[in-house]
Design a protein around this ligand. Structure first.
Ligand SMILES: Cc1cc2nc3c(=O)[nH]c(=O)nc-3n(C[C@H](O)[C@H](O)[C@H](O)COP(=O)(O)OP(=O)(O)OC[C@H]3O[C@@H](n4cnc5c(N)ncnc54)[C@H](O)[C@@H]3O)c2cc1C
Length: 369
């Protein structure tokens, strides 16, 4: 007898989405996390939902994910993605949005300077290319994590997983700090912890782990009726690769740049001064580009992020017998479809082709937030 049909390791947005999708198929699940749900890479108040991706397969998945987010909003009785849209600045963004315009299920349009001012009043004057993705928005991260974790109450165990071992019977053993359990299959969505568990199963995940800093800035004038997310690749304000996720209540924006800090050989931050400098860079950008925000940070997210070699939006699922390992970056927006893909991997005992590493899903030529 197994403890449950499937063990899910990691209660970030991906593990919770996978557990939800597995339960929908009628399978019983146990979710393990070393801490509270949503405290790894899924931490923080908001995330950008955007359709724009270099890889057209990711746009298809984003269109489906947006519908699933709506379905979850209906199921949980709370809006999980705002309807404020997303603004993208710069030539590369304009190119991506032109491709999006032809894509069924997306609604994008170019903005002239006057329209941009009315859609995004916190932004300084800007005359270059600007695009607006109407079906984009800010993901209410806490609401999403709470809703999914709430549904899994009773199946969630706070205990670190040390080892996963295939059993001769076809099942998989999971050894935690205080327990031994067995399951028909295991899904590993442990973020930064995934590569270590995969290595023990003989799989080498080619992940790059770096420290990322995001700072939050208060909106000066309360009462905005709209606050879209922002991606700025224009360089007009002295930075490229800037993203800003609006708080769902429009009171602030969480803003980061593409700068990242390498780990040292023990897994700590190699250069703490550089991490501080990255946060300062965000504040300096706000002073130049976003006069509608107070450049004094009101909060920080410092976090390890996990990136695959083929792009900042890269994602894949590796398989070893009945164990499935998901790894990638910028995954929050795609969580509902990634949960489905993991559930399908378990029920079919095989990873769908699109999500296998050789498909290089999310490949890009240029880095983006
Ligand atoms: C600042 C920031 C901004 C971002 N912006 C965006 C954005 O705008 N849009 C977007 O789509 N994405 C964005 N991302 C990326 C997105 O947030 C992540 O890709 C996503 O949250 C990853 O979720 P996850 O469930 O895979 O991993 P995590 O949230 O890291 O969850 C993994 C969980 O596994 C647990 N765990 C690890 N090892 C073990 C173990 N051995 N035993 C038990 N538990 C274990 C951890 O405690 C953790 O809770 C951003 C990320 C950051 C950090």
């Amino acid at each position: 007898m197994h403890t449950s049909d499937v063990a899910v390791i990691g209660a970030g947005i991906i593990g919770l989405s996978a557990a939800h999708a597995l339960q929908e198929t009628g399978l019983s699940v146990t979710v393990y996390d070393r801490g509270s749900p949503g405290t790894g890479q899924s931490t923080g108040t908001s995330r950008l939902f955007r359709h724009a991706h270099d890889d057209a397969r990711m746009i298809d998945l984003a269109v489906r994910a947006r519908l699933l987010w709506d379905a979850w909003s209906a199921e949980f009785g709370t809006e999980l993605v705002s309807t404020d849209g997303a603004v993208a600045l710069g030539e590369s963004a304009a190119r991506r949005f032109v491709a999006l315009g032809a894509h069924p299920g997306t609604t994008v349009r170019a903005l002239d300077a006057a329209e941009l001012r009315s859609v995004m009043p916190v932004l300084a004057d800007y005359e270059g290319p600007a695009m607006f993705d109407e079906r984009a928005g800010a993901i209410r991260t806490h609401a999403a994590i709470d809703a999914l974790a709430g549904k899994l109450r009773g199946s969630l165990i706070i205990d670190p997983v040390l080892a996963i071992r295939p059993l001769g019977t076809g099942g998989v053993e999971v050894r935690t700090g205080a327990n031994v359990s067995s399951h028909g299959a295991v899904v590993v969505c442990a973020g930064q912890g995934t590569a270590a568990l995969a290595a023990a199963a003989g799989i080498s995940v080619p992940v790059r782990v770096t420290a990322h800093a995001r700072s939050s800035f208060r909106v000066r004038e309360p009462g905005l009726t709209t606050l879209p997310n922002l991606q700025d690749g224009s360089g007009a304000f002295g930075e490229t690769g800037v993203y800003a996720a609006a708080y769902p209540d429009r009171s602030a924006m969480g803003l980061g740049t593409s700068a990242e800090v390498a780990p040292n050989e023990f897994g700590g931050v190699s250069d703490p001064g550089m991490l501080a400098a990255v946060a300062d860079q965000a504040a300096a950008y706000v002073s130049r580009a976003l006069p509608g925000l107070d450049p004094e940070p009101i909060g920080y997210v410092h976090c390890w992020v996990t990136t695959l070699p083929w792009g900042d939006d890269g994602v894949a699922i590796w398989q070893a017998d009945n164990t499935f390992f998901l790894m990638g970056h910028n995954l929050f927006k795609h969580a509902p479809v990634l949960g489905e893909a993991l559930a399908q991997s378990v029920t079919e005992s095989a990873v769908p082709e699109l999500f296998r590493p050789e498909s290089m899903l999310g490949a890009s030529d240029t880095d983006q937030a």
